[in-house]
Design a protein around this ligand. Structure first.
Ligand SMILES: NC(=O)c1ccc[n+]([C@@H]2O[C@H](COP(=O)([O-])OP(=O)(O)OC[C@H]3O[C@@H](n4cnc5c(N)ncnc54)[C@H](O)[C@@H]3O)[C@@H](O)[C@H]2O)c1
Length: 243
């Protein structure tokens, strides 16, 4: 690890999280990979370690505060935290169960809160927290639980940005649009096509597109940026064709 800056990335076993790990390793960070799904996490970490010793991995859920606290205590420092782990499913409001609604909030908002609070305890002036929200926080069809959770992520970002500013900790969020990962592939092919057709660009983004935005906020030169929500969404947040 030596004197490298340390970045902790949650949901690091696949998709946007894994692309972010690769980008931050390339940018010179030592990256701590966290995911609740042990096998894909270990496999991804082993592949990365074949090329670089700048990664380590820990299988835990971001909702497990004692496990998160133990990990934070075991790390020498945390310069960057990327709160990327989240869950998603489609579901119409009328059919949504209270349990499903709570589950999404528990992971996407409370999990982000737990990891941020534990990491902030050890963060020094100049540290950066990046939350992965979603363009969907604005609106979207059959997404009420997800919208609520991602609006919560945006609210938490802004609240943390204010409260941590005097300690010199910068907090920002990315709001991705459609990105080609398992999360997007969990939609039916018809729904995928329907959503792509509503994109101003008529395209679906790649995980690396989001990693690029995260890398901007993770860069120590972004030291004067806080409380911002960067939409990387093929233009959908301009407000056209939301449904
Ligand atoms: N793919 C998209 O179209 C899209 C769009 C907007 C926002 N996002 C957001 O981007 C982020 C990454 O999404 P993705 O598409 O790569 O998803 P993904 O489902 O491919 O990966 C999510 C990862 O998070 C992990 N995870 C889930 N719950 C966890 C928990 N409790 N503790 C630890 N790890 C957990 C999963 O095991 C998985 O490895 C999420 O915050 C998601 O909401 C994705």
């Amino acid at each position: 690890m030596n004197d490298k800056e340390v970045a902790l990335v949650t949901g690091a076993g696949q998709g946007i999280g894994l692309a972010t790990v690769k980008r931050l390793v390339a940018d010179g960070f030592h990256v701590v990979m966290v995911d609740r799904n042990p096998e894909p996490l270990a496999k991804a970490a082993a592949q990365l370690r074949a090329a670089s010793n700048s990664v380590e991995h820990h299988a835990l859920s971001i909702t497990d505060r004692p496990a998160v606290a133990a990990l934070v205590a075991a790390l020498p420092r945390i310069d960057v935290l990327v709160n990327n782990a989240a869950i998603f499913w489609d579901g119409l409001f009328d059919a949504m169960t209270e349990d499903d609604f709570k589950k999404m909030y528990e992971v996407n908002v409370i999990g982000t809160f737990i990891v941020s609070q534990e990491a902030a305890k050890v963060m020094q002036r100049g540290a950066r927290i990046i939350n992965v929200a979603s363009r969907a926080y604005l609106a979207g069809y059959a997404h009420s639980a997800y919208i609520t959770s991602k609006a919560g992520t945006v609210g938490l970002t802004r609240g943390m940005a204010i409260d941590l500013a005097e300690r010199g900790i910068m907090v920002n969020a990315i709001a991705p649009g459609l990105i080609e990962t398992d999360m997007f592939r969990s939609l039916t092919p018809e729904r995928q096509q329907e959503l792509i057709a509503k994109q101003p660009t008529k395209t679906v983004g790649q995980p690396e597109d989001i990693a690029n935005g995260i890398a901007f906020f993770a860069d120590p030169r972004s030291r004067n940026v806080t409380g911002q929500i960067l939409a990387l969404d093929g233009g959908r947040s301009m407000g056209i064709s939301l449904y």
